[in-house]
Design a protein. Structure first.
Ligand code: FES
Length: 229
């Protein structure tokens, strides 16, 4: 993936990337979108082992290039989430896709539980392949760290990258506890990546395989240590 695309799903204050079916080729800016409320936390992320270094912020772009080939080949990505604050997110790349990692506060988790009747597939049972079995639950997370959500930031409608809208972002919904908005055709997802009813996207956002090497190190691309990639 061209390195110049990376800021679009990282921490750019002005540019929103619009991904259609071929998201590497079809990128455009959307300066009219108000992204001031997004709380994209700039967190340095560390990739350990053979992969190299992955960055969530623009200044680290130069470090992406060596790892891009490894990631494209399917290597797992290790991310340090120690500095990820509640209701903030960071983005990394895995296998050429933007992966969003969100730490949800207890209040946000409570909000997710209140939305059961408003999301299309609250238990993620309709499309079981959209997440590993350990994330097939209402909050779509592993038991060890239920506050952490990991998902592929590709809208399940036509492949655009959703934007993070925090709890204070204005929406036309009666209940809003933060979530993700797709600017292409208006699909909305809650803070568990579950799609709301009545929007174009047919299913919840996809959860990649992941596990925790420690409380602060997340490995994306494997279900457990030693698992086949
Ligand atoms: S691609 Fe997201 S709503 Fe159409």
């Amino acid at each position: 993936m061209p390195s110049e695309l990376l800021p679009n799903f990282a921490n750019s204050p002005r540019t929103i990337s619009i991904y259609r079916c071929n998201w590497e080729k079809d990128v455009m800016s959307n300066d009219g979108v108000n992204v001031q409320r997004r709380r994209f936390l700039t967190v340095s992320t560390t990739v350990v082992g053979a992969v190299g270094v992955v960055g969530a912020a623009v200044p680290f772009i130069g470090s992406w290039n060596p790892s891009a080939k490894a990631e494209a080949a399917g290597a797992p990505v290790k991310v340090n989430i120690a500095n990820l604050e509640p209701d903030s997110m960071l983005s990394v790349e895995w296998r050429g896709f933007p992966i969003f990692i969100v730490r949800r506060s207890e209040q946000t988790l409570e909000g997710i539980r209140k939305l059961t009747g408003q999301v299309a597939d609250p238990e993620s049972t309709e499309y079981p392949d959209q997440q590993p079995a350990y994330a097939q639950n209402p909050i779509r997370a592993r038991d060890e760290h239920p506050q952490i959500m990991v998902f592929k930031a590709i809208c399940t409608h036509l492949g655009c990258v959703p934007q993070y809208w925090d709890v204070n972002h204005p929406t036309d919904r009666d209940e809003w506890y933060g979530g993700f908005f797709c600017p292409c055709h208006g699909s909305m997802f809650d803070m568990a990546g579950r799609v709301f009813k009545g929007v174009p996207a047919p299913s919840n956002l996809e959860v990649p395989p992941y596990y925790y090497e420690s409380d602060s190190v997340l490995v994306i691309g494997l279900d457990s240590e030693g698992a086949a990639a």
